[in-house]
Design a protein around this ligand. Structure first.
Ligand SMILES: Nc1nc2c(ncn2[C@@H]2O[C@H](COP(=O)(O)OP(=O)(O)OP(=O)(O)O)[C@@H](O)[C@H]2O)c(=O)[nH]1
Length: 408
């Protein structure tokens, strides 16, 4: 017997799944974090392309200052090669966003490698041009901000790159011994400030974007789900799901089935046991339907009060009828405990239709498929309830309605 239990509601905004680690500024749940990153992917791709190309252009343009400082000799050439390698790395990283358009990891990899080559080249500049340390200190402060804030990357990768580069730079300056004690302390303070500020700003930005995503997901959930049963609602079916599944089935010439089911004499449950008991029966029914369908493949939608619609991709009429019969049987064997010791049992009627796009060429309005299942449901109701009526759908309107009846 199925107990009345809470429906498996989608994760809500305050659910543990959407918890954000304040330290890492990422979702604690890896699946949600990767969902977030995939959601952001188009934006991240365009940001990384712009940021890397912009930085690489400046990096190469600054070769002019090498020539002015060192003259047109081998030293300037070495630095130019370093600068060009930064530009090549930036270009390859941008190209990777086209070669692997679905990979978030490759974006981070490209950004990190380019940043490391950029910082290493900068250390060469510091070595070859030791007289300009104050300018270099200013440059690396800006570069640290760019690493933390401007080039999209995980904080977990940007932070070590920024800190290691700044530390190596400070060590080089101390080693070169060209600054007074006061200048050295001022420079180190400036470096700590730019790293601290950059890091805090990046952290805050990452948190804000995740908070936004969390609220967006929450609102999406609210607009697509039925709060009582946790099933998708009619709006989601009509605006997204059915269209998407029909297009996919048509494209790959696959079958697609739709089942509509409705609890029999549901009104009498409300009238006899009260509205709360009716709600409990609805939850049991929704859970039963979900437990018998394929997770992440089939969709159960609360279509009306006590009416549910199930979309079954890659399922022909025979398979859908079998499933409907299994649901009908399982419901007979189940019950809902609406009060201590009081169990309510119900039956349901089913209308089943399926379209096979290997056979059906012409386009038809999605409503036609649902209408056919709905009419079959009412045929099941009028022929005594607690049964399944099915009909193959050929993309035509009701003319073919009676002719292709395959099960009763
Ligand atoms: N408890 C509860 N009742 C609901 C909900 N939504 C709709 N209903 C009730 O469901 C009942 C549906 O009744 P009818 O459409 O007459 O259908 P029925 O009694 O199931 O009869 P048949 O479908 O012909 O077997 C109505 O009394 C609605 O008020 C809900 O969310 N909770």
């Amino acid at each position: 017997m199925l107990e009345h239990k809470e429906a498996r509601l989608p994760p809500l905004v305050n659910d543990a799944a959407y918890n954000i680690s304040r330290l890492r500024a990422e979702f604690r749940d890896r699946t949600i974090e990767s969902h977030f990153n995939r959601h952001q992917l188009p934006r991240t791709q365009s940001q990384v392309r712009l940021a890397l190309l912009f930085c690489a252009t400046f990096y190469v343009a600054f070769a002019l200052t090498d020539v002015l400082a060192l003259g047109p000799g081998n030293d300037a050439l070495v630095l130019l090669l370093g600068r060009v390698s930064v530009a090549v790395s930036a270009l390859l990283s941008c190209a990777m966003t086209y070669w692997y358009p679905h990979s978030v990891r490759r974006i981070w990899l490209g950004a990190s490698v380019t940043e490391i080559i950029g910082m290493s080249t900068f250390m060469l500049v510091v070595l070859y041009r030791p007289d300009e340390t104050p300018w270099h200190a200013m440059a690396i402060s800006i570069m640290a901000l760019v690493v933390y804030l401007y080039i999209p990357n995980r904080i977990a990768y940007a932070l070590p790159i920024g800190i290691v580069a700044t530390t190596v730079f400070a060590a080089l300056v101390i080693y070169q011994d060209r600054l007074t004690e006061t200048e050295l302390v001022t420079m180190i303070m400036l470096l700590v400030l730019s790293n601290g500020f950059g890091c805090m700003a990046a952290h805050r930005y990452a948190l804000i974007r995740r908070e936004e995503f969390r609220v967006q997901s929450f609102l999406k959930n609210l607009s697509e789900r039925d709060p009582l049963t946790g099933c998708h609602n009619r709006r989601y079916l009509q605006q997204e799901l059915l269209n998407m599944e029909l297009s996919r089935a048509r494209r790959f010439r696959l079958p697609l089935a739709v089942v509509i089911c409705d609890i029999d004499h549901f009104k009498s449950i409300n009238d006899t046991h009260g509205h709360a008991a009716g709600d409990a029966v609805l939850i049991t029914f929704a859970n039963l339907l979900r437990s018998l369908t394929r997770e992440n493949v089939d969709s159960v939608i609360r279509y009306g009060g006590e009416e549910f619609l199930i979309v079954l991709p890659e399922t022909d009429l025979g398979g859908a009828v079998q499933l409907a019969e299994r649901m009908r049987g399982a419901l007979i064997g189940s019950g809902t405990e609406v009060a201590p010791g009081r169990v309510v049992g119900v039956t349901a009627s089913f209308g089943v239709t399926a379209v096979n796009f290997a056979l059906v060429e012409q386009r038809f309005a999605q409503e036609l498929l649902v209408d056919t299942a709905d009419r079959l449901l009412y045929a099941a109701k009028s022929s005594g309830r607690n049964n399944v009526k099915a009909l193959e759908f050929y993309g035509r309107e009701s003319g073919a309605f009676e002719a292709h009846k395959v099960a009763a």
